[in-house]
Design a protein around this ligand. Structure first.
Ligand code: 1GP
Length: 252
């Protein structure tokens, strides 16, 4: 049985084509800034707000950030945890994710075992996702002890993604690393999309509508942007990105 946030995302992809999600890293923002970014992103047409990062400053701050976002916007809040400490009882949903190319069992299944009972207790909707860190991978790659898939090996990324699908995961996330100088290349997105039948999320270094269109046209169903929200012309850039990717549909 699918939860309401997952149904909402699938429905939105079906009707709109590629959709956009705003990522807010609680470590980088004050409670006020978080509310501001969420409100503006909603106005620009973002589908949901993801909250998380590779490291979390304090659980209390995370809770405050999630609470303020929930009270500022109507769109769903989805946790994007780097660890068990990334769980907040105030969120609607959580990417229940496994870092498929980590060499550390903790990031494959250890953290999930610790987090699962909490998620159940808090009534947060888990959305199963296979997370693959590619390219230089940034902080997430180092913290998650990933053997990152080089951009020159799209077929390897695709094999990871298919393995995730066969394990029962319902979304795949290709992560180029927050602030990546070069986002995930279209050839890699295309190779992954060709092999899987589940929605594909792409993020890391997407900061213009051109880059977003390139990713969406190659097969990204969900484009995640984080850093863009910190720029002075954030609203305009997010609106442009959403305007440009809406309606782009690529079949597997
Ligand atoms: C990081 O993919 C996301 O997990 C977003 O990256 O901050 O570079 O947009 P940016």
């Amino acid at each position: 049985m699918l939860g309401s946030t997952e149904k909402y995302l699938l429905e939105k992809i079906k009707t709109n084509g590629s959709i956009h999600i705003t990522l807010i890293d609680p470590e980088k923002v004050s409670v006020q800034q978080a509310s501001h970014v969420a409100e503006n992103s909603q106005k620009s047409g973002t589908a949901a707000i993801m909250i998380g990062g590779s490291t979390v400053a304090s659980q209390e701050h995370l809770d405050e950030v999630v609470k303020v976002i929930k009270s500022s916007v109507k769109i769903p809040t989805i946790l994007f945890p780097g660890n068990v400490t990334g769980i907040s009882m105030y969120a609607d949903a959580i990417w229940f994710m496994s870092l498929l190319n980590s060499v550390d069992p903790y990031f494959l299944i250890g953290a999930q075992v610790r987090g699962a009972p909490l998620i159940k207790k808090y009534g947060i909707e888990p959305i199963s996702m296979g997370y693959i860190i590619v390219g230089d991978g940034g902080t997430a790659g180092v913290v998650g002890k990933a053997v990152t898939v080089p951009y020159t090996k799209p077929e390897l990324a695709a094999a990871h993604a298919l393995a995730g699908q066969y394990l029962g995961m319902r979304f795949i996330y290709l992560e180029g690393g927050s602030g990546a100088a070069h986002p995930v290349p279209p050839e890699m997105i295309r190779a992954v999309k060709k092999l899987i039948d589940i929605p594909l999320i792409v993020g890391g270094g997407i900061r213009s509508k051109e880059l977003a269109v390139a990713a969406a046209s190659a097969g990204a169903d969900i484009i995640v942007t984080g850093n863009v929200t910190e720029s002075s012309d954030a609203n305009q850039r997010i609106s442009e990105i959403i305007g440009a990717i809406t309606g782009i549909k690529v079949l597997p």
